[in-house]
Design a protein around this ligand. Sequence first.
Ligand SMILES: Cc1cc2nc3c(=O)[nH]c(=O)nc-3n(C[C@H](O)[C@H](O)[C@H](O)COP(=O)(O)OP(=O)(O)OC[C@H]3O[C@@H](n4cnc5c(N)ncnc54)[C@H](O)[C@@H]3O)c2cc1C
Length: 393
Amino acid sequence: MQLGFDADERAFRDEVRAFFADAVSPAFRSRLRAGLRLGPEELIAWQKHLAAHGWGAPTWPVEYGGCGWSPTQIYIFEMEAALADAPIQFHQGLELIGPIIFTFGTPAQKAHYLPRIINSDDWWCQGYTEPGAGSDLASLKTRAVRDGDDYVVNGQKMWTSYAHVATQMFCLVRTSTDAQRQAGLSMLLIDMTTPGLTVRPIETLDEKRHSNEVFLSDVRVPAANLVGEEGGGWGLGKVLLDRERGFGAASALRLSQHLRGLKAAAAEASNGAGRVSDDPVFIARLAQIEIETMAVEMMVMRLMADAAAGKDSGPRASMLKLRWSELLQAITELWFETLGYDAAAFRALDHAEAVDRDIGYAVQGALNARVTTIYGGSSEIQRNIIARRNLGL
Ligand SMILES: Cc1cc2nc3c(=O)[nH]c(=O)nc-3n(C[C@H](O)[C@H](O)[C@H](O)COP(=O)(O)OP(=O)(O)OC[C@H]3O[C@@H](n4cnc5c(N)ncnc54)[C@H](O)[C@@H]3O)c2cc1C
């Protein structure tokens, strides 16, 4: 594993640093440090800004409009983004369905969808989970039946993030009930404006609108929107889930950003006897989290080094997902405790005051972080994968 950067990489780092210094608005800082995502309009504007600079798809090959960067360059880009409090790019188009389309899609799918993903002209959502199919995804029941040039889709998806703003959904559906459970699944690209498709909100703890149920009633999807082979959806779905966990590299590198937010809050907050940042118990807990954050950053470097050497990362993507999500919860919980009474009473504060003192963002960030050990495969499922792949259980 190579730890230092060579002269070209250092020059690249300086270029990226200068770009972010100019591009990132200070208005993003408090929200991003607290672990919140920006709103869809802000994320779309950010993506368009990156795309205009030629940096819209850092992990994609050049032939599909990507940057063609090495794993080390991607690491530098994400590290500098975190240092500058830049937003994380919305990943469902860019890191999930985009790579599936450029690897398995038809020429027409590639020509139509890929540039639109890079330029954020489409917003994608992921239609996998159903009321009875989450961890055990292969039991999903949403049915797609071929009828002429279309599939007719009936069923329900659950926890579909951002379906209410999405223009497209990549959706795992059952095209056969005869075959073995996994072999009966296919992937369809569905236009969210298709008649018969309804989106209903799910209320979440952080009081932000991001989760939804999606109902599909006789939704007609052109057969040309099938990705890969009919019955080949499980293989594509698994590639996607692995990529979602790998996308954790960017999230893991954001932990230091949240630590800066926590430290700033602790320097201002009082525990009655003095500043929280001077409290030995706080200092010990912070030090432990910082050490574990550094270990996670090293893990990202090892993942990148393995990728550069063409090696299989084994269970490391799952290890990374497990660690960054648990650490994010530890950081935001310590932040919550640091705020003390203010955290409990933030709803009673005038909204402007709560936001001005970053309390509102910190509380929402702590609540929002609860979900990270559930989505993209829960922590228990990650531990199962690690046990299977590492210990051969
Ligand atoms: C806010 C939010 C956003 C989401 N966004 C999306 C999205 O955009 N698209 C999408 O398709 N899905 C999304 N999901 C769904 C998410 O991927 C699932 O919630 C997750 O996979 C767990 O499935 P489940 O909710 O059905 O729980 P279950 O699978 O029923 O699990 C319940 C509990 O049992 C445990 N468990 C289950 N199986 C095992 C096992 N074999 N061994 C040990 N423990 C086990 C789980 O860890 C969990 O604690 C989102 C979820 C949330 C909460």
